[in-house]
Ligand binder design. Structure first.
Ligand code: AMP
Length: 551
């Protein structure tokens, strides 16, 4: 099955409009990077520890890797699951994929066998690429376990491979003196696949085309003030849309700037990199920002004057934190609201402080269509909160290889239901006021409550289970599992964790707290009243997991 099958295209009249307005310009992502490399071969492109790659070297390596991908049998349209830490090989491999027409499926390093297997299956992946080890976890073994259980996966590529069955990724990315040929790609075709945040059931894959993703990256680079002098620091996982393309690493490369890759957002390392590499732009989730601000307050004296823009998004940013960003970190705050499915909003760099602090900005494209609706899909008035529906030149029309799963997420006429409750102010800026979807955003990671509940039901003695967000100073939101237990039964959090561990679930989804109630509050139609539960757990004493859970 080729990459095109299972992809939901935009209707012809919309596509024609997006072409006519210049959003879709028919240029593939690799062509964009290669044309920068042709102009500035010696300019720094990637910094990863002591490895520094100039544009010429990066594209030489990626071109050679593209040829080798073809040589090992990966054809244009084949999918490869890429789960690499923030290392230069990630960038070289993804560019190689673009060059060879192979489609990278970008997966967070925190995901484990349960999620990886489901993703590889759904994508019909032919290969998996990982690093041998990351944060004490054996990803090479994980990749082989995926290959062993998903028949389509034939190739395991590993950075620093130890297992003889693996192909070495660093060797794949060695420059080659042989000239390589480019796969003549179609800019309307699938370039990459992202993962939807916080979904349950089969993973939801988001296929992005060269045209639509190219537009989004260029435009977000523009509104973020990226240019050839930009030094962007990637501290969030590069597989996430935020650090990859909004504008992220790809935005830095398309602008002729440099991307510095950090293995983690740990404050000491990240702030050291900002100072040492003269970083101009960084993107973080609010919890990371807060940790950095604490570190700066505790250890003043760093020279962070180089930092021009601090982009914060992925989860709600408290206004009192927003107000302090500039004084503590020197850079100007830029709020970012968006999603892997498409829509992106940024606060403008020259907006008044009130807009920067209290809003999540405006959409990047004049043809982004936004509809704010009530529970019956009827538009609410201006400046009133409602659920946001969206369509546009870089918002997908359906999930990739989704079968019937799209019905809930997309309307019949192609609107994507974000599940976010927003208010659109008279000045056009959006304020994200809440969430209508049952998702917890823990430290910037989206987690579906239903997924946790399914595990809780597997624990002996659990009669009813509901997972809700509990405000948390460090994580923004933590996961609180509320249970009704059978008479005489004892249910501990550890038992829930044990079930999740056995299933091979990512650790960041493990609930942080457990609350026992005698009966679940229900709404008028008999559904669990999650709002009441959120209020209950926000104030109540909870039993919590030991230190280190879920990191
Ligand atoms: P993802 O696709 O993983 O980027 O997750 C997208 C979701 O994260 C959105 O639908 C929102 O629920 C949430 N989100 C992203 N940015 C923000 C923000 N600035 N403020 C509040 N929630 C956000």
């Amino acid at each position: 099955m080729s990459a095109a099958e299972g992809f939901v295209p935009w209707p012809d009249d919309y596509a024609a409009r997006y072409v006519a307005r210049g959003y879709w310009d028919g240029v593939c992502l690799d062509e964009r990077v290669w044309s920068v490399a042709a102009r500035r071969p010696d300019a720094p492109a990637i910094v990863d520890g002591s490895t520094r790659l100039a544009y010429g070297e990066l594209t030489d390596r990626a071109a050679a890797a593209a040829a080798r991908l073809s040589a090992i049998g990966l054809a244009a349209g084949d999918r490869i699951v890429v789960q690499l830490p923030n290392r230069w090989e990630f960038v070289a491999l993804v560019l190689a994929c673009f060059r060879a027409g192979v489609v990278p499926v970008l997966v967070l390093p925190a995901l484990r066998i349960r999620e990886m297997r489901a993703i590889a299956e759904r994508a019909g992946a032919r290969a998996v690429a990982v690093a041998r080890e990351f944060r004490g976890y054996d990803h090479e073994r994980l990749a082989h376990a995926v290959a062993g259980s998903v028949p389509s996966v034939e190739v395991v590529l590993v950075a620093d491979a130890a297992d003889q069955r693996s192909l070495d990724l660093s060797a794949l990315c060695e420059p080659s003196p042989k000239p390589t040929r480019r796969y003549s790609g179609d800019a309307r075709g699938v370039a990459l696949v992202l993962l939807s945040g916080g979904t349950t059931g089969p993973p939801k894959l988001i296929a992005r085309t060269h045209d639509d993703y190219g537009y989004l990256v260029r435009r977000s680079a523009e509104v973020s003030g990226f240019d050839e002098r930009t030094v962007y620091l990637a501290v969030l996982p590069v597989e996430h849309n935020f650090a990859f393309g909004t504008p992220g690493v790809l935005g830095a490369l398309l602008s002729g700037g440099c991307a510095v890759l950090a293995a983690s957002p740990a404050p000491e390392t990240a702030l050291g990199l900002i100072e040492g590499e003269r970083v101009t732009h960084v993107s973080v989730v609010p919890t990371v920002l807060q940790r950095w601000m604490v570190q700066c307050a505790d250890h003043p004296g760093r020279d962070l004057g180089c930092l021009r823009v601090v982009q914060v998004g992925g989860a709600p940013l408290p206004v009192h934190v927003a107000r302090r960003v500039h004084t503590v970190l020197s850079g100007r705050l830029q709020q970012v609201y968006g999603m892997g499915e498409g829509l992106l909003c940024f606060t403008g760099l020259t907006e008044p402080e009130e807009v920067l602090h209290a809003t999540q900005g405006r959409p990047i494209c004049p043809d982004d269509e936004l509809l704010v609706v009530d529970d019956n899909d009827r538009p609410v008035g201006p400046n009133r909160p409602g659920v946001l529906l969206v369509r546009g030149p870089y918002t997908v029309r359906g999930y990739y290889r989704a079968g019937d799963d799209d019905a809930q997420a997309f309307t019949a006429d192609g609107w994507y239901r974000t599940g976010d409750v927003v208010r659109r102010r008279d000045d056009g800026n959006l304020v994200v006021e809440g969430r209508a979807k049952d998702v917890i955003i823990r430290g910037g990671e989206n987690i579906a409550a239903a997924e946790i509940e399914q595990f809780a039901y597997q624990v002996d003695g659990v009669q009813r289970a509901a997972a809700v967000a509990r405000p948390d100073e460090r994580l923004g939101e933590s996961i609180c599992l509320v249970v009704v237990v059978a008479p005489g039964a004892v249910v501990e959090l550890a038992a829930v964790h044990a079930v999740m561990k056995r299933a091979g679930t990512a650790r960041f989804k493990y609930p942080d707290h457990l609350v026992r109630v005698d009966s679940m509050p229900v709404t008028g139609v008999g559904k669990v009243d999650k709002r009441a539960l959120r209020e209950l757990v926000a104030g109540s004493a909870v039993s919590s997991a030991g230190a280190g859970v879920g990191r």
